[in-house]
Design a binder for this molecule. Structure first.
Ligand code: ADP
Ligand code: GLC
Length: 488
């Protein structure tokens, strides 16, 4: 009792985080990891954060101790309520609105096509978040800050701003500017948006409504998930049309690097593999053998590389087949795990057929296999064309699985490239190449083979990689500092 009171006194503020996905309930990409990790990381800094996400089919049943904390009679065409409960160690709030979320498909669409009412589905989520921010919940909880993620939460700061004045501050975080939540102007009224805000300074984007832009122009602060991406976003090559909007608010833009879950990604305690650490690398050698056997590969005398990724244009994986012949000739091997665009899936399968014994591919999403891959491989390839942060290069660092990355966004911020000087001083943790094209990727793989061929150099790289901090410590401090500034 006493301890609880002390904790409550120490709380610096309450934050409502609103997003379309969250680990452990639902994940299609890194967004879910980050949204799921922030409440724990911030609790350690005395910020009380609750996550609100949609109750997609089957999710409400996973809540322990579910309690109704908000009710809405007619939310965008049907009844709705917010359930608060626990899943694993985490407290979450689910917006149950069966007409919007109880569907037999994915969170965003079915059979490769987006749901036609996605604008309404995520406007509803944002609307409820703004209502909660303004009026609090049935259990007495009231946020001081509304923190929205990506376009699906983008309208939340906007609804807050367009309503009666409030002391609640808002933050919008860009995880990926490629998705902007565009909707036809004809939906303005249906989305409860004031017609007067449909201007180029407001939420209008080339004649359409943009949920992300609405958030960017109304939030008190804008963050993105790495310092380099924050700078890149203000340039036409990366801003995807929103560079001017972001540059105009540069003073309010901050890049805060993601962390990874260092308990879930720990080579010394990973149930999917033989444990190892920087001082005892024998386990990694055994994991390598097992991975080679699992994919039916033969002898791989050079570095064994992996790719664990969505297979989309962003990730640059289409460049890999172009450089494989050289890499394989130098002794390299490759194992790919991913799903996505049909053409890229086919290109990966074709690569495996072209280089039997050296290239293995599994099309699918498989968390446990991804752990076995990081534990067993020598290197992880992330040749992204743009990468707001990226998590897999950080798993690579932690597992002594050397990241070979395009020098963009969070990849540039997390990998210290193996220049001769960085190798000589023991600082190097990976290879970063630029630009994202087959020539530069091919050169990076050649460098990888050279480094791998020298056992002393290689051990130095692995040691430095495994010592690099990739947890949430400094990032949670940065979010806490931002929240404190907003409330000051
Ligand atoms: P993005 O969110 O752009 O896809 P990130 O690197 O931030 O990229 O996060 C991707 C997350 O999804 C990582 O946790 C990665 O391990 C995981 N992941 C991606 N594809 C797969 C897959 N096919 N199987 C297992 N995990 C995957
Ligand atoms: C997005 C980005 C990725 C980032 C993730 C979490 O999915 O593509 O780079 O790591 O969000 O912030």
């Amino acid at each position: 009792m006493k301890e609880q009171r002390v904790q409550r006194q120490a709380i610096r503020g309450h934050v409502l985080s609103v997003a379309s996905e969250c680990v452990p309930l639902l994940k299609t990409g890194g967004l879910a990891d980050v949204v799921g990790a922030l409440p724990g990381a911030l609790a350690a800094r005395c910020w009380d954060m609750r996550v609100l996400m949609p109750a997609y089919r089957g999710l409400a049943a996973q809540l322990d101790g579910a309690e109704e904390v908000w009710t809405g009679k007619a939310l965008f065409g049907g009844p709705a309520m917010v359930l608060k409960g626990r899943v694993d160690e985490m407290e979450v709030m689910l917006l149950s609105a069966p007409h919007l979320y109880d569907r037999d498909g994915g969170p965003y669409g079915k059979a490769g096509a987006d749901y036609p009412d996605n604008a309404e589905r995520f406007a509803a989520l944002s609307w409820v978040a703004a209502e909660i921010a303004r009026d609090g919940l049935g259990d007495g909880w009231r946020p001081d800050i509304l923190h929205a993620h990506d376009w699906q939460g983008g309208l939340a700061p906007a609804y807050l701003r367009y309503g009666p004045p409030t002391k609640v501050k808002s933050v919008v975080t860009i995880h990926n500017i490629a998705f902007q939540g565009l909707a036809p102007a004809a939906k303005l009224a249906a989305l409860k948006l004031p017609a007067g805000e449909f201007t180029s300074k407001g939420l209008e984007y080339y004649g359409q409504i943009s949920a992300l832009k609405a958030g960017l122009v109304t939030a008190d602060a804008i963050t993105t998930v790495s310092p380099t991406y924050a700078e890149e976003l203000m340039r036409p090559e990366f801003g995807m049309g929103l560079q001017g909007v972001i540059a105009a608010r540069a003073a309010r833009v901050r890049g805060i690097l993601n962390g990874v879950d260092t308990a879930g990604w720990d080579p010394a305690a990973d149930s999917a593999a033989v444990p190892y650490d920087a001082a005892r690398m024998a386990g990694k050698a055994e994991n390598r053998k097992r991975l080679i056997a699992e994919f039916g590969l033969g002898d791989v005398p050079g570095p064994l590389a992996i790719v664990v990724s969505r297979l989309t244009g962003q990730k640059g994986v289409d460049l890999i087949p172009e450089v494989l012949e050289d890499f394989v000739a130098l002794g390299g091997g490759l194992v790919v795990l991913g799903t996505g665009d049909a053409a890229l899936e086919a290109a990966m399968r074709a690569a495996a057929e072209r280089f039997p014994g050296r290239v293995g591919v599994k099309i699918g999403y498989d968390e446990a296999l991804s752990h076995r891959m990081f534990a067993g491989a020598d290197a992880v390839l992330v040749p992204s064309r743009f990468e707001p942060c990226g998590l897999t290069q950080m798993y690579g660092l932690r597992y002594g699985t050397i990241p070979v990355v395009a020098a963009t966004g969070g990849l540039a911020d997390t990998v210290i490239t193996a220049s001769p000087m960085a190798v000589a001083t023991g600082a190097a943790t990976g290879i970063a190449f630029h630009p994202t094209d087959a020539l530069a990727l091919g050169q990076a793989l050649r460098r990888l083979c050279q480094l791998h061929a020298n056992p002393e150099t290689w051990a130095g790289l692995q040691g430095a990689a495994m010592r690099q901090p990739v947890g949430w410590e400094s990032s949670s401090a940065a979010y806490a500092a931002l929240y404190a500034e907003l409330l000051a």
